[in-house]
Ligand binder design. Structure first.
Ligand code: ATP
Ligand code: MG
Length: 549
């Protein structure tokens, strides 16, 4: 039986548009501003835009919204492209809003010729003060009645560099009393004598978002221009420009942006975290950036699954980060190779096991795949977790305790005989005997034990570094706090040395592991041959803690 998933509201619109013959194919775009790294919120927009085109057989353009000239953007452009590809999507065309500067200039001239735009000499303060409020209409100033000829001349002079920054702007002539503030003669062009990363010094006037975005959509024949809810008030203006210019009628649709608990997603706040050293960089595994999440060990498919699960809402909400965590957990539970790694080691000595002896024991690497097996070595001295031993066991303690039996995973049943302590009371060594007939898979001991613990052969254990990442904030919604930096989780990263089974030395970047009974890990790119570093992608269970009773 196949599960019918109900359509989201954008899909409903598209299906209607295709059915009615309004369009024969759809075209979407993803329009990042190349001024930062993409985050998980962008992933939602990417999955939606690219996903719709895939589902309905259309295409998606990648359009960099680079109307705001800034100095260095190549790094961001490259990282954005890399992230989109990594998420598994490919764009039809790589475009830049700046490609359209000539066309947009011509559009502006066309509006002036129609008497629908004018050059205003007012300062930005004066323009703002004349805008009015939602309750009171704005003021029509003296520049509004300039003749078409004068406006054409002045706008051309603006373009030719005759005026200084801020001296003049081009405004649309719409309605200073409109109930929609955006329609009160919005600014279309401003003067900015600034170098642009692609057009160099060709331009000293730059279009504002509202005059660039919709027109770029239209130039590219975008059928469904999907953006986040804060653009709802811009939609009348989006439509007005297209209507007055009589160009391809792209339509804007708005959905709720993704907000997630225990993190911040504004570029300004993320930049602060990076610049002030709260994290190691944009790709720190605690960051909500795609590069951070990737480094933490998330897979593209887990992110796509997450975006699919949260759906496309019309109202803003706050998504629980544990939903994202559960998506990677579910996937890695099936795909991640098992390894035994001991994080808080204590020595276990099997008194009745021959010092010289070593054996290779077979153990499963993937529980769902009986063919996927590996061998782990076993000998007299092993590492086990300190937490798996209790000197004075509580009730229902099924792990190691004096006189108590436990199974060593894929190996033997052992019985704890004694232990040593140092002067501070720390357990330094545990002694046990093993039951030779209890070998896993060939158990003829007849013994029943309730607990199984993991272990690593001390003879050839590999010392590795593990980085245990936790949520970056202690507040559910740090962006709403007065100062989000006051809510940084002091324990968001714990670095440890651990002992791993020797086979892990062949790990490669991109490999995912389940450290048995511990969590999911991946190899960090900082690793060297002599120092393998593993990042914790997720704990085994939500809020997983080793239970003490
Ligand atoms: P800023 O932080 O400067 O406001 P931004 O987050 O809007 O930037 P853009 O590069 O302008 O970043 O965004 C590209 C696209 O991604 C836009 O269509 C935007 O609506 C969408 N987007 C951004 N943040 C989210 C989010 N949290 N959830 C869903 N979509 C988002
Ligand atoms: Mg933006």
């Amino acid at each position: 039986m196949t599960e019918e998933k109900s359509l989201n509201f954008v899909e409903e619109i598209i299906e209607e548009d295709l059915k009615s013959g309004k369009y024969t194919a759809i075209k979407t775009r993803f329009p990042p501003e190349p001024n930062g790294y993409l985050h998980i919120g962008h992933a939602k927009s990417i999955c939606l835009n690219f996903g719709l085109a895939l589902k309905y057989g259309g295409e998606t353009n990648l359009r960099f919204d680079d109307t705001n000239p800034t100095t260095e953007e190549t790094e961001y452009v490259d990282s954005i492209k890399n992230d989109i590809r990594w998420l598994g999507f490919s764009w039809a065309k790589e475009l830049y809003a700046s490609n359209y500067f000539d066309q947009l200039y011509e559009f502006a001239v066309r509006l002036i010729q129609k008497g629908l735009a004018y050059v205003d000499d007012s300062s930005s303060e004066k323009i703002a003060s004349e805008k009015g409020t939602p309750a009171t209409p704005g003021v029509e100033n003296e520049y509004r009645s300039r003749t078409i000829e004068e406006n054409l001349r002045l706008f051309e002079e603006m373009k030719n560099g005759k005026y200084a920054d801020g001296e003049k702007v081009l405004r649309a002539k719409i309605d200073m009393a409109s109930p929609v503030m955006q329609m009160r003669d919005p600014v279309m062009y401003r003067i900015k004598h600034a170098h642009h990363h692609r057009t160099g010094d060709k331009w000293c006037i730059y279009p504002l978002y509202d005059f660039a975005h919709g027109q770029s959509d239209s130039i590219e024949n975008i059928t469904h221009s999907i953006c986040t809810l804060e653009f709802v008030p811009h939609r009348p203006l989006y439509n007005w420009f297209i209507e007055k210019l009589e160009i391809f009628p792209s339509h804007q649709y708005e959905f709720a942006r993704l907000n997630m608990t225990y993190t911040v997603m504004s570029k300004r706040k993320m930049l602060k975290l990076v610049e002030e050293g709260y994290v190691s960089g944009w790709d720190d595994p605690r960051m909500p950036t795609i590069s951070g999440i990737r480094r933490k060990g998330y897979t593209p498919s887990s992110i796509r699954t997450f975006c699919d699960k949260i759906g496309v809402a019309k109202r803003d909400n706050l998504i629980d980060i544990s939903l994202l965590e559960s998506c990677i957990r579910e996937e890695l539970n099936v795909t991640a190779e098992r390894k035994m790694v001991v994080l808080n080691p204590v020595k276990l000595i099997i008194d009745n096991y021959d010092e010289e002896k070593s054996e290779l024991l077979e153990t499963e690497s993937l529980p769902n795949d009986p063919d996927k097996k590996r061998e782990v070595s076993f000998s007299k001295t092993l590492w086990i977790e300190q937490e798996d031993f209790m000197e004075n066991p509580v009730k229902k303690w099924f792990r190691l305790a004096p006189g108590q039996m436990v199974r060593l995973k894929s190996a033997y049943i052992i019985k704890c005989e004694s232990f040593d302590k140092d002067e501070n009371g720390n357990i330094t060594e545990i002694h046990a005997t093993y039951i030779p007939e209890s070998k896993s898979g060939h158990d003829e001991s007849g013994l029943k034990v309730k607990g199984t613990i993991h272990w690593v052969d001390a003879k050839n254990a590999l010392e590795v570094e593990v980085r245990l990442y936790d949520r970056l904030f202690t507040s559910e919604n740090p962006a709403q706090e007065e100062n989000f930096l006051d809510f940084i989780n002091p324990d968001s990263l714990q670095i440890k040395k651990a002992y791993a089974e020797s086979g892990i030395k062949n790990a490669e970047p991109g490999n995912h592991f389940q450290f048995v009974r511990i969590g999911y890990f991946c190899l960090d790119p900082d690793s060297t041959n002599d120092n393998l570093i593993f990042n914790r992608t997720a704990t085994l269970k939500e809020g997983f803690k080793v239970k003490q009773h």
